[in-house]
Design a protein around this ligand. Structure first.
Ligand code: ADP
Ligand code: MG
Length: 240
């Protein structure tokens, strides 16, 4: 599981995360919502060790992410990450893009890596695009390629940072469907998202962030049906 204890993050004098306490259990799907600038992305970067923290800690499967001596590269293999816009290597085919990390990071043979890549591309519905270059894929297909790349490392957790925000509206659905499929397969996921329908339908819990504070967390029925915090109420009134 992912355990976050009293996490504080500063950028210089800017206090961006103000004492976050949060546990994410194996198999859980957590959606993180909140206004732009509330610290959602920073939370994900602190979880996978892309950003140092100033106080508190993040523990992933018993390993303190920010402790000296933690093998952060090894830990990151457990944490697949999908960003808003993900740049595939343009000179590599979809298959080669997905096979790269298993080969280089995990030391798989070329044949094994290609097998894993083909499997994961099929998994996200790109089984007919193995030999296509990223430039020939739609935005939605490119995001699914990004998901396949992350899955090829066989992570325990998937972190999504607004994976659909850069997409044309008609391409959002196919990526959300892929994320929903992973959730149904039991993947543990933290999804920063503006897609309230997804947050409501797919998440076990929804966390609302406001100015670096996790103001409210609970099942979607609570957050969307009976939000306790005034800030949550205001935010939801504006996104609906
Ligand atoms: P969100 O993802 O909720 O929009 P972020 O986590 O990206 O919010 O940002 C939270 C706050 O931290 C914002 O005020 C943002 O400007 C600031 N911030 C984010 N990254 C950096 C950085 N690398 N350096 C300085 N300030 C940053
Ligand atoms: Mg963000």
């Amino acid at each position: 599981m992912i355990e976050i204890h009293d996490l504080h993050k500063y950028f210089g004098s800017l206090h961006v995360l103000k004492g976050i306490d949060l546990n994410v259990e194996k198999g859980e799907v957590l959606s993180v919502i909140g206004a732009s600038g509330s610290g959602k992305s920073t939370l994900l970067y602190c979880i996978n060790g892309l950003e140092p923290v100033q106080q508190g800690k993040v523990v992933v499967d018993g390993t303190d992410v920010h402790a000296k001596g933690t093998d952060i590269n090894k830990l990151r293999q457990q944490l697949g990450m999908v960003f808003q816009q993900w740049n595939s290597f343009p000179h590599l085919t979809a298959l080669e893009n997905v096979a790269l990390a298993p080969k280089i990071v995990k030391g798989k043979s070329k044949a094994e890596a290609r097998e894993i890549a083909a499997q994961q591309l099929k998994h996200v519905g790109l089984g007919d695009k193995l030999d296509v270059y990223p430039s020939a894929l739609s935005g939605g297909q490119q995001q699914r390629l990004a998901i396949a790349r992350a899955l090829a490392m066989e992570p325990e957790y998937m972190l999504f940072d607004e994976a659909t925000s850069a997409l044309d509206p008609e391409l959002v659905g196919e990526v959300l469907e892929t994320m929903r499929m992973l959730a149904e397969e039991g993947m543990t996921m933290i999804c920063v998202t503006h897609e309230m329908g997804f947050a409501r339908d797919v998440s076990d819990r929804v966390a609302f962030f406001h100015q670096g504070v996790m103001e409210e967390i609970g099942p979607p029925e609570q957050i969307f049906g009976n939000p306790q915090s005034e800030h949550t109420q205001k935010f939801l009134a504006n996104v609906r």
